[in-house]
Design a protein around this ligand. Structure first.
Ligand SMILES: NC(=O)C1=CN([C@@H]2O[C@H](COP(=O)(O)OP(=O)(O)OC[C@H]3O[C@@H](n4cnc5c(N)ncnc54)[C@H](O)[C@@H]3O)[C@@H](O)[C@H]2O)C=CC1
Ligand SMILES: O=C(O)CCC(=O)C(=O)O
Length: 409
């Protein structure tokens, strides 16, 4: 059972991976001044050492948060992923330890969609290879294998926030859009959902991947799928590196099956800008390699900084967990003049009655109570009027099944 302090001066935020200044500004404005920041990510013992006394942790896509890291972070209340993907976090391990995880599901989607559209234009015109040649002093002026985007078919795999936005932008440039998704989605504009990945691959001049990293999407573009792609088409991956088998893609490029490819994400990515990048695709002129910058624009980072910092501050200030990706979601009103007690527990029968019995025994009136469960964990929030609530809190910690308690004054 873990207990955390609620004194703002004692609450520590650690923001890794160069999270935007807007996050620190918002956290400071909320009265929290114990904020440490790092430009890069941390791993191994350095990460374990740094999270030991941290209450709120901010990361982006590089920092791997495992059960071992959570065990070392005894005071950790919540993690803010200042990005969309949360595959770098063991979400169940966090939940089992009563740690809420938040992300920014929308703020960088436009940036990714714009990059992909730009890459599609460059690849269909053969610009990467012509650019590389020009840098070597060669002049490749030709219309061979150089095409307009207009009238071509864009195949979007994963029609979520990014895929659907890209669909609208591509249609406005005269593309025909088809998409494949495991969920039936409302098509935007004249886009059409196809029933199989194979159908999408066979029809599309440009295939772009916008799926999350899951067991199902792992290596979903291997040699079989690449062989199903239209001859002289192009592949773009700005989702996660594990979605495409790199050796198979290299073969498809070397053999001339594909005109080119653009990859923003890789199965293994350097931990920081100081580390070297390696890939079998290095040196292929018709492949655009970018360092996972799909969401790295000033606009997106500024907005993500505010969005996620606000979620962390709300959770710290009043227990609101709305839009957490792993934790029971509770929207809570302000609790002026009340003590608010938060109790996170294993979701087993009898806990709520044990909690209420303690309030009855200690004569503490509950003025409001909120309960939500998610999987194996329950989250109950109680507003109380009087000083004895501190005594009740002491007894609440002893309720079997308790994971974590907090009191907000
Ligand atoms: N390169 C970069 O910097 C960035 C990369 N990303 C990546 O892009 C991914 C997609 O982002 P959003 O569009 O915001 O996510 P989203 O969750 O809104 O959409 C994902 C879509 O993929 C579909 N899907 C899931 N599994 C599938 C499968 N096996 N086959 C076909 N469709 C499947 C879902 O039903 C959903 O419609 C993120 O999970 C993240 O990994 C996101 C932002 C920036
Ligand atoms: O650059 C980042 O912060 C990661 C972007 C990303 O991949 C995401 O938002 O999922």
């Amino acid at each position: 059972m873990k207990q955390t302090s609620v004194d703002k001066q004692l609450i520590k935020f650690l923001l890794l991976e160069g999270v935007h200044d807007s996050a620190e500004a918002l956290i400071r404005a909320a009265g929290y001044h114990n904020i440490e920041r790092e430009k890069g990510s941390l791993e191994g013992q350095a990460l374990l050492d740094r999270v030991r006394d941290v209450h709120f942790l901010g990361i982006r896509s590089r920092t791997q948060l495992t059960a071992e890291v959570f065990d070392a972070a005894a005071k950790l209340n919540a993690v803010g992923c200042f990005c969309i993907g949360t595959n770098q976090v063991d979400l169940s391990a966090a939940l089992e330890r009563g740690i809420a995880v938040f992300n920014a599901p929308f703020s960088n989607t436009r940036s990714v969609a714009e990059l992909v559209l730009g890459q599609a234009i460059l690849l269909l015109r053969g610009v990467p290879a012509k650019n590389a040649a020009a840098h070597r002093g060669q002049w490749l002026k030709t219309a061979n294998n150089s095409y307009e985007l207009r009238g071509k078919t864009l195949g979007i795999v994963g029609y979520g926030s990014i895929g659907s936005q890209l669909s609208v932008m591509a249609e406005s440039l005269g593309m025909r859009v088809i998409f494949y998704d495991v969920v039936t989605k409302l098509p935007h504009g004249n886009a059409r959902q196809v029933l199989t990945l194979k159908e999408l691959l066979q029809e599309s001049h440009v295939v772009t991947l916008h799926v999350p990293e899951t067991i199902e999407t792992r290596w979903m573009m291997g040699s079989t799928q690449l062989a199903q792609m239209r001859d002289k088409s192009v592949l773009i991956n700005a989702s996660r590196g594990t979605v495409v088998e790199i050796s198979a893609l290299k073969h498809a490029i070397d053999s001339g099956k594909l005109l080119g490819a653009a990859l923003d994400v890789f199965p293994i990515e350097p931990a920081s800008n100081q580390d070297a990048f390696d890939s079998e695709l290095r040196g292929l002129d018709n492949v655009i390699l970018t360092p996972h910058i799909g969401g790295s624009t000033v606009e997106a980072q500024e907005s993500i900084g505010r969005e996620v910092a606000e979620k962390l501050v709300k959770y710290s200030d009043n227990g609101t967990s709305v839009s957490s990706v792993n934790f029971p979601e509770v929207a809570l009103p302000a609790h002026a003049g009340k003590h608010r007690i938060l109790h996170i527990h294993h979701n087993v029968p009898g806990i709520l009655s044990a909690i209420n019995q303690i309030f009855s025994d200690t004569g503490v009136n509950i003025s409001a109570q909120y309960l939500q469960t998610r999987g194996s964990v329950g989250y109950v929030v109680m507003d109380t009027d009087i000083e004895q609530s501190v005594e009740a809190l002491g007894r609440l910690r002893e309720v079997p099944g308790t994971i974590r308690t907090r009191i907000l004054f």
